[in-house]
Design a protein around this ligand. Structure first.
Ligand code: PDD
Length: 282
């Protein structure tokens, strides 16, 4: 039985309650973060906390909890639920109010956190590499805000599943934006290419760390859009996210990359990311 955090209380999950008038439920008027746990410690907590503050700010909400309070709750839930490896999910919505499109004045935010045990480091897909299906990017235009309106991402995962692929990469104006729940990269002649930050993609916390480690390791990085055709003729491809770290991609639609096995750069970056993030985990 899991313990979850709801608005100041740690309660068994069956006792957790949120109002049917909650704007997260009615309007997807809320933001979230997913932070991974390895060896009982949080990876990149400060990055996630900073992005949370930014997402809230973009929606005109202020954080109901300080960063220290948030850290304490993440740690307490990890301890109570004995999470050695897994995820902490955090969601903050604008709270409950009479249904109205305009933001209500004076609603108190709803804050929910829960944990999920999950094997992250030893993932068999890291060994075989994943396949992705390309689909049109039909999401809204503010993908830099980490809102809970994730329906198109779910639809994309289902399209991938129906096609026998592991995930989908989304395409807009002929260029890949990102994966349904991850950032997308290709590697050509040793150079790592990934789309630049903007409103078209989520500013991945894992992306920031991986690009920093890559540059520190003297790897060349170029932040620009790339096409499906360019990706299909790349030497390697991979994705990053808090829950997958660095995951090699070996197939894009019906095209196999290289010899069909995870590439050298992708494997090396996964190793470096795991080592460095574990070292800095809190
Ligand atoms: N997804 N792009 C999208 C659309 C995402 O949903 C995510 C994260 C990322 C990667 O961001 P980060 O490295 O900060 O996890 C990129 C999380 C893991 C999720 O929804 O479960």
């Amino acid at each position: 039985m899991r313990t979850v955090y709801v608005n100041g209380d740690y309660v068994p999950e069956y006792q957790a309650r949120v109002s049917v008038f909650d704007r997260g439920f009615l309007f997807a008027d809320g933001v979230y973060e997913v932070t991974s746990v390895l060896g009982g410690k949080l990876l990149d907590f400060n990055g996630h906390a900073a992005r949370l503050e930014r997402s809230l700010g973009e929606l005109g909400m202020s954080s109901p909890l300080s960063r220290d309070e948030l850290l304490a709750i993440h740690r307490e839930l990890t301890r109570l639920n004995e999470i050695d490896e897994g995820l902490v999910y955090l969601q903050i919505t604008r709270g409950a109010a009479d249904r109205d499109f305009a933001y209500p004045e004076g609603s108190s935010p709803t804050v929910v956190l829960f944990t999920q045990k999950k094997q992250l480091a030893d993932n068999p897909i890291a060994e075989r590499g994943m396949s992705v299906l390309t689909i049109p990017d039909q999401r809204w235009g503010r993908r830099d805000i980490k809102t809970v309106q994730l329906l198109y991402a779910s639809m994309g995962k289902m399209m991938a599943k129906a096609a026998g692929a592991d995930d989908a990469w989304m395409v807009e104006d002929g260029q890949i934006t990102e994966g349904t729940s991850n950032n997308a990269y290709i590697v050509k002649d040793g150079k790592i290419v990934t789309r630049q930050l903007g409103t078209e993609i989520l500013h991945g916390i894992t992306r920031a760390a991986v690009l920093r480690f890559a540059r520190e390791a003297q790897m060349e990085v170029e932040e620009r859009p790339f096409t499906v055709a360019e990706a299909q003729t790349a030497d390697e491809a991979f994705i990053t996210s808090a829950s997958s770290f660095v995951m090699p991609v070996v197939r894009i639609d019906n095209v196999t990359l290289g010899d069909g096995a995870p590439g050298r750069v992708s494997r090396r970056l996964r190793e470096i990311y795991l080592d460095e993030s574990l070292r800095a985990a809190i």
